[in-house]
Design a protein around this ligand. Sequence first.
Ligand code: FE2
Length: 305
Amino acid sequence: MLSSVELNKFNDEGCVVIENFLSKEQVSELVQEADRLLAQIDIKTHPLTKFSTAEDDDNHVGDKYFLESSDRIHYFFEVEAFDEDGKLTKPVEKAINKIGHGLHFLNEKYSAITINERISSIARQLKFHDPRVLQSMLILKQPEIGGKVPSHQDGEFLFTEPQSCIGFWFALEDCTVDNGCLSFIPGSHKVFPVEKRFVKDLKKGSGTKFVDPKTLEDWSLDTSSESYIQKNDESQFVKVEIPAGSLVLIHNSVVHKSEKNTSGKSRYAYTFHCIEGTAKYDELNWLQIPPNNPSGTSQITKLCT
Ligand code: FE2
């Protein structure tokens, strides 16, 4: 359960940290499990999909391996793990940006920290009626090459009508300015509506792009627009430096980002996103859950059973 102070902070600022949410033992077990998963990559058959979040459509991840990852354990590489000739410059286990997006029901250890009474009661405090876990991932932010994630709102990527997604983000290692901790603009969830959404490019038949949520016309980046300038105003961001074991709750519309990891230490985190089961989740979304998998009738994993 969240305290009233934590709940008010989340409602006021769009982001709150609950320190010591996981015990040291839980954290070390989850880190070990992440390393065990990393050791299982079969590089010979992997399409070498890189994870990149460009602010426009250029170079945004969108291949079949990515689009079909909702009910798989797929590995996405760091862009900077390759040289100009496309050769890996790091050991494979130090070259993975993230693992996703079905850990919450395919992996016993990650399922256990996702689907449980503690999380359900937080979801109820956050006013979910029928919380569904849409996706989950391990974000590894590798030493020296862990890519930056530009300023964004999660509702752009996990779009529902009305907006409903909340991120549950667990620090599995200490997060500092040096290894690319999160930062966010307090209160921005009340100021900035979600003005673009990330969709499958149905016209082209492959890949992904951003569209205007109202018109569904292609959306293009305008770095001179007032909202872009405000969402990238460095002076407004608060850094979230937190110890391993902390849980961070992230509102769908709060503006947040993280910088490149330039340190020699990784920054492992596990995150999953909940959406409201009664909200509309349409076929344009890049992430689609195949029918009857994993949870039968309604497709997206129920948080509260
Ligand atoms: Fe995010």
